[in-house]
Design a protein around this ligand. Structure first.
Ligand SMILES: Nc1ncnc2c1ncn2[C@@H]1O[C@H](COP(=O)(O)OP(=O)(O)OP(=O)(O)O)[C@@H](O)[C@H]1O
Ligand SMILES: [Mg+2]
Length: 373
């Protein structure tokens, strides 16, 4: 994310300032501040009950914050009712009218606007093209598949040209294959129309695939806002690191010798020299470091130079293009997860016997320093 000083008004098209939401004694959203840029595909990612829908409903105006303010396009929203906000919402269950045909479903929101019927028909046809369902105008809603219904729900929201589209798990009801196809279509559609999307999901893969940036939420708070690569490569906390993909965690202690040399003494990994810029904590300070499974290399012999420890294979799982290995290393209770491509059939890969000795090596650059949480 850019530094606040280099941010332009379009970087904070939606600005959430110290927003909290209480339901009675229960705090559903706790002091969230973040900005969403114009045209961004922004996702709220978190486990069930973390407050995603509540935050979306506050953006839509269906709920008022108990504290704080939401700005959209530089306008404070506290006194703006839902129907006057430049936003539209698509719900998880495709809320389309079963008794209306596709055309009337899509045109539904236009009924209060004074438009020539030819113009209205034209707009509906444009939408049907956009969602790749041309010629479906006369179909009854109950004669459509789940994916088609979801596309109609999208078209119905998009035809009103909102500045912001709020999507609450819009693909949640679809099966895996259709869901993946719809993800690609949704992304392409968003690029095409250039509308700001705020997208709610509890599926990390979906969030990584679709988003420009993601806010990882837990217990009503935002843990980290970053690009998909930023969240994966440089999670700040253990909570974020374990929410996205698989991660190995190691406790460690800072070892310093004057101001030039710095190292981390890490459980199971030994002494790892670190760039002093990366390691600012004083001698003896506890740290928590993390390494993704694919940042380790495996070899039957000790690699020359570099950092390595010998481990013993506990289990291996063959996963097609790669295998996932679990190794025990001295000094660490939990096994270390290592992921290696099967492209060159490393050394018999998943066929290796349990207990096989293997060397794990890694480079200091692949180490992620976590805040202790
Ligand atoms: N109107 C309400 N009154 C009381 N508590 C509420 C209300 N709405 C939501 N909550 C509570 O606030 C918390 C957050 O709910 P929310 O619906 O925002 O979660 P979510 O992240 O969307 O979850 P899911 O992924 O299951 O949809 C939950 O514990 C929920 O029970
Ligand atoms: Mg929800």
């Amino acid at each position: 994310m850019k530094a606040p000083s280099s941010m332009t008004p379009s970087d904070r098209f939606i600005s959430i300032r110290s927003v909290s939401k209480r339901f009675g004694a229960f705090t559903a959203i706790e002091d969230i501040s973040m900005d969403i840029g114009q045209g961004e595909f922004f996702s709220l990612l978190g486990a069930s009950g973390c407050g995603k829908t509540t935050l979306l409903r506050m953006l839509a105006g269906f709920e008022a914050p108990s504290k704080g303010e939401i700005f959209i396009d530089d306008q404070p929203m506290s006194d703006v009712p839902p129907h006057h906000r430049p936003v539209n919402m698509v719900f998880q269950s495709y809320a389309i009218f079963p008794h209306l045909n596709v055309r009337d479903n899509i045109a539904y929101g236009l009924r209060k606007q004074k438009l020539a019927s030819t113009r209205r028909a034209e707009m509906v046809e444009e939408m049907l093209d956009l969602i790749k369902l041309p010629g479906y105008g006369n179909r009854k809603a109950n004669e459509l598949s789940g994916g088609q219904r979801q596309r109609i729900a999208l078209a119905r929201a998009l035809i009103l040209r909102p500045k912001v589209l709020l999507l609450d798990e819009p693909l949640g009801a679809l099966d895996k294959q259709l869901r993946e196809q719809m993800q690609l279509e949704l992304r392409a559609l968003q690029r095409q129309v250039g509308i700001t999307f705020v997208f709610v999901t509890h599926d990390q893969e979906e969030a990584l695939t679709l988003s420009d940036r993601i806010a990882v939420m837990s217990g009503g708070k935002v843990l980290q806002v970053d690009t998909p690569a930023g969240l994966y490569e440089t999670p700040r906390t253990r909570a974020v690191a374990s929410f996205i993909g698989t991660m190995n965690f190691f406790r460690g202690t800072v070892r310093r010798n004057g101001s030039v040399m710095a190292a981390i003494e890490a459980e199971g990994l030994g002494t790892i020299p670190m760039a002093t810029a990366q390691l600012t904590k004083p001698d003896g300070a506890p740290v928590q470091i993390a390494l993704r499974p694919e940042k380790f290399s495996l070899s039957p012999k000790r690699p020359e130079g570099g950092l390595a420890v010998e481990g013993r294979l506990r289990t291996a799982a063959y996963m097609g293009e790669r295998s996932q290995y679990y190794l025990s290393i001295p000094g660490k209770a939990e096994p270390v997860a290592v992921s290696a491509p099967n492209s060159h059939r490393l050394m018999g890969g998943h066929d290796l016997p349990e207990g096989q000795a293997l060397w794990l090596s890694w480079s200091p650059e692949s180490i992620v320093m976590l805040d202790i949480d």
